[in-house]
Design a protein around this ligand. Structure first.
Ligand SMILES: [Zn+2]
Length: 476
């Protein structure tokens, strides 16, 4: 009996990992495939799941199908390889390029975390070890195999798949899997993360083409539910953004923008460029302070086929962001330190996006105590992170061993999400020619997933369930 099993992103939004097994629990003669292989992130009890063994021997897994490069979908691949996996990892060319910077960076962070735990003796394991190292992450990249959008890839007579567009980030796809067992074919659709839907809110600053592929037809749907109980603001963020920046610069302050180094940062730079060129904000220096800043921009420029028409027009008009006057890409720690010595107003875009680590900590330590400055959030801040403490009006925040007073102005714009919200998801689901036999919701906090289930049952009258961790579902 073939089944799928939810090994992550069930009951939460991280650790996406779905096993397809065509040969029962022992997994000896059929095919075993993982769709996504992501890291659990966030609170400790989630992160500890990264150390748990999979329910089948890792060596028996034949392949990984990867929907996109975000670490909560890709970041466990080096661990899988470390445990003996040696099959192919199928992904789109842009996803492979993004993984070539994100996975080694993740290995580097794992090593830093282990070193920090050893220095401060707070791990119950002695010595604390990294989940995988930067070198191990680099080595696993040799297993990646490109599959273009629309190309059908047959793994065996039983299993074929292809990627269709998810429009979430550069290279992101949904995996359509055709599974044939005992002469019967089942069509499975794994959405990965779903981007903004074309006919919804106008895509201000969206670098990639908006709109997931419409008219999908499947027997079993495994769908994300991150925004299953929320709606994004639908107004144009640019006037408010320009006003915030103008006011800050006029009082002699600088703007610090915590942002994830890949995708969100590139998106934001294009908006800043447009605001400068149209005279909406002054021409002040913009520092993108990230060790992988230049590589990330180069990867974006390499995949022009993914761009929205607006982005193509901007590049045709202004050229590569790497050559824009006043835009600086700071890759070394010395570059980074020099920004703090500058007395003049500037805009600093730096990771991590939720202020959980990275160079943005140094910038915030310098700029938070001064009311002239502005800290601007352009992404979701998970509860418990420093980002949420600052965003929610805290008076002080601990970072780098110090307590830093928060006197700078703090603002947040919530329009830049890369996930479809509930109305957009419903709009996309309405393009299906017929209901799937079953739908399982993954990748959502429990309240979001259960509300989306209720909404889908009411609005579409589909058979919808919220997936449970390690739950098995028979297919074919
Ligand atoms: Zn994602």
């Amino acid at each position: 009996m073939s089944y799928i099993q939810f090994l992550g992103a069930a009951g939460g939004v991280t650790g996406s990992k779905h096993l397809i097994n065509t040969d029962g629990p022992s997994g000896k003669s059929g095919i075993q495939v993982l769709v996504d292989c992501g890291l659990f992130q966030g609170q400790k009890e989630w992160r500890e799941r990264n150390w748990a063994d999979l329910p089948i021997p890792v060596r028996e897994i034949d392949a990984v199908i990867l929907t996109h490069a975000h670490l909560d979908h890709s970041g466990w691949i080096p661990r899988l390889v470390k445990q003996g996996f040696h099959g192919p990892v199928y992904a789109t060319p842009a996803t492979i390029d993004l993984c070539s910077i994100l996975l080694p960076d993740s290995g580097h962070l794992q090593e830093e975390d282990a070193a920090f735990a050893n220095k401060h003796h707070y791990s119950k394991h002695s010595p604390a070890l990294p989940l995988y190292t930067m070198q191990e992450a680099q080595q696993c990249l040799t297993l990646f195999r490109p599959v273009a959008f629309g190309e059908t890839k047959g793994l065996t007579d039983e299993l074929q798949f292809r990627f269709v567009r998810a429009a979430h980030i550069l290279g992101s796809g949904m995996a359509e899997v055709m599974l044939t067992t005992k002469g019967r074919t089942s069509r499975l659709l794994f959405t990965g993360d779903i981007g903004r839907v074309r006919d919804g809110y106008p895509q201000v600053g969206c670098v990639v083409c908006p709109g997931p592929t419409e008219g999908e037809n499947c027997d079993l749907l495994v769908m994300e539910s991150t925004y299953g109980n929320r709606q994004h603001p639908h107004d144009d963020p640019r006037p408010e953004l320009a006003a915030l920046i103008r006011t800050t610069i006029a009082r002699g302050g600088s703007v610090v923008v915590p942002a994830f180094a890949v995708e969100r940062t590139q998106k934001f730079l294009f908006i800043l460029k447009e605001l400068m060129e149209t005279g909406a904000i002054p021409h002040v220096p913009v520092h993108t302070d990230s060790p992988m800043a230049i590589k990330a921009v180069q990867i974006f420029l390499k995949h022009e086929e993914e761009f929205s028409e607006e982005t193509k027009a901007q590049i045709a008009k202004y050229g590569s962001p790497l050559e824009w006057p006043n835009f600086y890409f700071d890759t070394t720690q010395d570059d980074s330190k020099k920004i703090n010595e500058s007395k003049y107003p500037c805009i600093i875009v730096s990771a991590s996006g939720m202020v959980t680590g990275g160079r943005v900590l140094h910038h915030l330590m310098h700029r938070l105590p001064n009311p002239k400055n502005l800290v601007l959030f352009i992404g979701f801040q998970a509860p418990g992170t420093r980002g949420s403490t600052i965003k929610d009006g805290g008076s002080e925040v601990k970072m780098l061993g110090q307590t830093v007073p928060i006197r700078a102005q703090v603002a947040a714009l919530d329009q830049f999400s890369d996930h479809a919200d509930t109305p957009e998801l419903l709009e996309w689901l309405h393009t299906f020619p017929q209901p799937p036999r079953e739908t399982f919701l993954v990748h959502g906090e429990p309240a979001a997933a259960s509300q989306l289930r209720d909404t889908m049952i009411k609005d579409l009258r589909w058979n919808v369930q919220v997936a449970a961790y390690r739950q098995k579902v028979d297919v074919g």
